[in-house]
Design a protein around this ligand. Structure first.
Ligand code: BES
Ligand code: ZN
Length: 629
């Protein structure tokens, strides 16, 4: 009975989670050309309850106080809006686990209704708009369990003395700390005032003043309109160090120097990207180094990318992450996916740009190695995923975008663009991208709008080289089209040779000439080992190369995957330590998944997870708890 009641309150809402009406602008959008999903409406955001077609929010004034004892952000947001339909009488916002205290317009209370919550998408907040008003103020507080906020105790930080808070809004979590139209097709400018304990500094995805007085009250402005998933806040014992004219890093004191050295090439990356794809549109580009529980590698919050500390390797080997988050300033933040189905427009273009930036800064050999590693990740996903999840313009109806994270939008998207580049020539393709970023600047676009633009421009200019069917195949069909580019690396051929010689017993591990190997060669060496290795072989590798003790988190990850698969016990202390100190989901999830395959592995995973859980981000908990049940 109870279960039925739950179904009745949740399912119908979830199924109906589309904007309330199809307004003129959405109706004009081209219909999806995906034959297997022709009833998907391009441009409809299936992950927001909001009604931007009727009333569009254009600006936010946020005022919040961070209470680290209660783990609550409380205060108000004032939303400026424009009516799209003259008689629109209600504004529908997204919320999740918010306590809504009061809604006012022109100083007077207005009626609102918080609908029952959907477990994945939260609760729609319906506000009755008085005829005369053009803004409403909502007083509210977040929940300590807010899915988009992580509150860390001092012991979970590098300095161990001060607490830390950070938000992560993408894909659908901004609604857990601000009631708003939480859809990437709605762009807002924002101002914010954040109150913190006086010894801490707040930073946001907005104009940050590195010289600001540390007094517990911080003001921010974001003058360019951004989608809600790019609104971000962090608070901690943060300090700033410049890296270049427009670039710098915020971090806890213990990490500041190391981070500034590791990411010293950020300014050159910025200049190189501008040279190729047009001016950087966001004024400064700074990095914020988060505690290790940050669930992603990086997040492209405008003007201030959020970065995991797990890439501070000491040798710049993992800085493609910075190139990636920087590239989003063009692909993602300037031209934005209109719905989560169109995520590949953000991530595929960004992955393509990442490779190009890495080549410009570090040369062709490194680019080739990174491209092969990315291609292998893609092939592994294609081997494992259902057909529908291999489609760039993916059908996410009824699913939480968080649960569908894969290399498809990234590496398949990038490979598609690489093919276009090869067909029309690099300079011509760069010119196309430059025009594209300019044409759609500060717009949120659908896959179909991109295809229409591509057909009108590049395909029309190069009819001999390009054709529309091939493009349709790339975007709307699973797998990799036959004849697609295949990345290759000479350096890796030598690694293949070394691995084979060792596996055949022709060469001892200690005789492999690894002196000149970069992290990429190590990753390729390890990732392409056969599934089964004997204890003797594992011990030989470990003693020759000190793999269990590797301080490079990516190498350690690849090695630990092998160790778990082969139940190589000498690595398990390291494994335990890795799982309880790192919360980056890409690094820990595959380990939990692999561990969960045997009863002993599962027991080990349960122990590590129980210890790690209080320090994990809500997204990392959600992504892994299934493996330890
Ligand atoms: N924007 C993404 C992270 C993201 C994507 C969060 C979808 C939520 C939903 C970010 O730019 C990203 O791609 N991060 C990667 C970086 C990697 C591919 C270099 C990551 O965190 O691993
Ligand atoms: Zn990205």
């Amino acid at each position: 009975m109870k279960k039925l009641a739950w179904l009745l309150t949740t399912i119908p809402l979830y199924m109906a989670c589309t904007p309330a009406t199809d307004n003129a602008s959405q109706a004009q959008l081209p219909q999806s050309t995906n034959p297997s999903a022709d009833n998907i409406k391009a441009g409809v955001d299936y992950h927001s309850f909001s009604n931007p077609d009727e009333v569009t929010v254009t600006h936010l004034d946020i005022e919040l106080t961070a209470n680290f004892t209660a783990k609550v952000l409380s205060g108000s947001v004032t939303l400026d809006y424009e009516r799209q339909t003259p008689n629109a009488s209600s504004l529908i916002l997204d919320t999740r686990d918010l306590a809504i205290e009061r809604v006012t317009a022109n100083g007077e209370a207005v009626d609102f209704n918080l609908r029952p919550a959907d477990p994945e998408l939260g609760a729609a907040l319906e506000i009755n708009l008085p005829q005369s008003a053009s803004q409403v103020t909502i007083e509210y507080a977040t929940s300590p369990q807010a899915s988009g906020v992580q509150w860390l105790t001092p012991s979970q930080t590098a300095g161990k003395e001060h607490p830390f808070l950070f938000t992560q809004a993408q894909a659908v979590h901004a609604r857990s700390f601000i009631p708003l139209q939480d859809s990437p097709q709605v762009r807002v400018t924002y101002n914010a005032t954040i109150h913190t304990p006086p010894e801490l500094l707040a930073v946001m995805s907005a104009a940050n003043d590195p010289q600001t007085e540390r007094d517990g009250e911080y003001d921010f402005t974001m003058p360019q309109p951004v989608p809600s998933y790019l609104i971000a806040l962090a608070i901690g014992d943060l300090h700033f160090k410049p890296m270049g004219e427009r670039t710098g890093v915020y971090a806890e004191p213990a990490l500041l120097e190391a981070a500034a050295e590791e990411f010293a090439d950020t300014e050159s990356m910025l200049l190189a990207t501008e040279n190729t794809y047009g001016p950087y549109g966001w004024d400064r580009y700074d990095l914020l180094i988060l505690p290790p529980s940050f669930p992603f590698g990086g997040m492209e919050n405008p003007r201030l990318s959020f970065i995991t500390p797990t890439v501070i390797a000491g040798d710049k080997s993992l800085v493609s992450l910075i190139a990636h988050e920087l590239a989003h300033s063009w692909s993602g933040n300037t031209v934005t996916n209109a719905t989560w189905r169109d995520l590949w427009l953000n991530e595929g273009f960004t992955t393509y740009l990442t490779y190009r930036i890495m080549e410009m800064i570090y040369g062709n050999d490194r680019y080739r190695m990174e491209a092969v590693l990315g291609y292998q990740d893609l092939q592994n996903d294609i081997a494992a995923l259902d057909d529908n999840d291999e489609i760039l313009a993916i059908d996410l109806r009824g699913r939480n975008p968080d649960d569908v994270f894969s290399n498809i939008p990234y590496e398949k998207g990038a490979l598609f663009l690489r093919e276009l580049e090869h067909k029309v020539g690099r300079d011509n393709f760069d010119q196309f991208l430059l025009n594209y970023f300019d044409h759609f600047a500060f717009k949120s676009i659908t896959t179909d709008e991109f295809v229409a633009y591509l057909n009108k421009t590049l395909v029309a200019d190069y009819p001999e080289q390009l054709n529309e069917e091939r493009i349709q195949q790339w975007i709307f069909e699973p797998g990799i089209p036959a004849g697609a580019p295949v990345p290759e690396s000479d350096a890796f051929m030598l690694v293949d040779q070394a691995r084979q010689n060792w596996l055949a017993g022709e060469k001892a591990a200690s005789d492999i000439k690894t002196a000149g190997w970069t992290v990429h060669e190590w990753l390729y060496f390890l990732n392409n080992m056969p599934a089964q290795l004997s204890d003797e072989q594992l011990a030989e590798l470990d003693s020759a190369f000190g793999l269990t003790a590797s301080t490079n988190n990516e190498i350690a990850h690849s090695w630990l995957m092998i160790a778990v698969h082969n139940e190589y016990q000498p690595a398990y202390n390291r494994l335990y330590n890795y799982l309880v100190t790192i919360g980056r989901n890409k690094l820990v999830k595959p380990l939990y998944r692999e561990l969960s395959k045997t009863p002993e592995g599962k027991a080990f995973a349960q122990k590590a997870f129980a210890e790690a859980r209080p320090g994990y981000h809500p997204l990392t908990i959600k992504a892994n708890e299934g493996f330890v049940e």
